[in-house]
Design a protein around this ligand. Sequence first.
Ligand code: CP
Ligand code: NVA
Length: 319
Amino acid sequence: MKHFLTLKDFKKEEILEMLALAIQIKRDFLDSKECNLMHKKTLGMIFEKNSTRTRVSFEAGIYQLGGMGIFLSNKEIQLSRGESIEDTARVISSMLDMIMIRTFEHSRLEDFARYSSVPVINGLSDLYHPVQVMADYLTMIENGIFVKEDIFDSKHHMTPKVAYIGDGNNMTHSWLMLSAKMGFDINVATPKGYEPNAHILQEAREMARDTGAKINLYEDPLVAIKNCNVVVTDTWVSMGQEEEKMQRQKIFADYKVDEVLMQNAHPDAIFLHCLPAYRGQEVASSVIDGKQSRVFQEAENRLHAQKGIMVWLYQNSKK
Ligand code: CP
Ligand code: NVA
């Protein structure tokens, strides 16, 4: 059974297959062509954390593919009253065709997947947010960061550079995996003590040996952003870290992506942020609302990228 918990578990070719599906499905959707690739299929969506984009894009996405989504809030299901992950997974996977989970510890997803008889998708955990970076990659392709033909022919002539500025969190980890798998360079700038998880960094560096991606860590955002083609940031206070808010706002103060910092990136660089964004903190309003920002295209691409992922999983788990 194939689950989509982290990009680590997929070959580059498989990720490209999902993206090719996403591009085709998006084209058909924008042409108002019906797409029933998941006709009468059901997607359960368990949310143990808040969400706007993930919930709406998965629920609308499965419906637009001919199926339906069932929203399962943590507050309403028995899981939060002590029913085990094992029992929950066994029961609901016997009734559904696919399950998406947004949770805290990544191990909860792994446990769930172990007992699920249908594919499980990570809709964000404390460690990873892989569906988000699939939408981010799609946005990079659409913005000509890569030559599209090169990507799908696996002839990578361009090595664009991504700069990730801010907290070494679930988004950073997913960007590291994406860079290592797809073969583009990434510079990560974080304050001391907020670097990405050392184990994930090591795994990404090992995978990067196969694709030639270079992964560099910096403390100085000015150095990390130099000449980069894509500039990425995320909130300084992820879900579950609310108690550290004041302290984090002080520690990260020099990591705001503002116009001065952006001037050090490549002049054609695009700006990405998974959202929700906190204007005036990790990003200045002038940047997120500025010419280089692609954040709303990126958010919309959640819908299309996830359709590609769902269809790919569905087709590949039938085999
Ligand atoms: N980017 C993202 O996952 O947004 P939500 O938290 O609103 O789902
Ligand atoms: N790092 C953020 C991402 C939100 C989509 C969080 O985990 O809250």
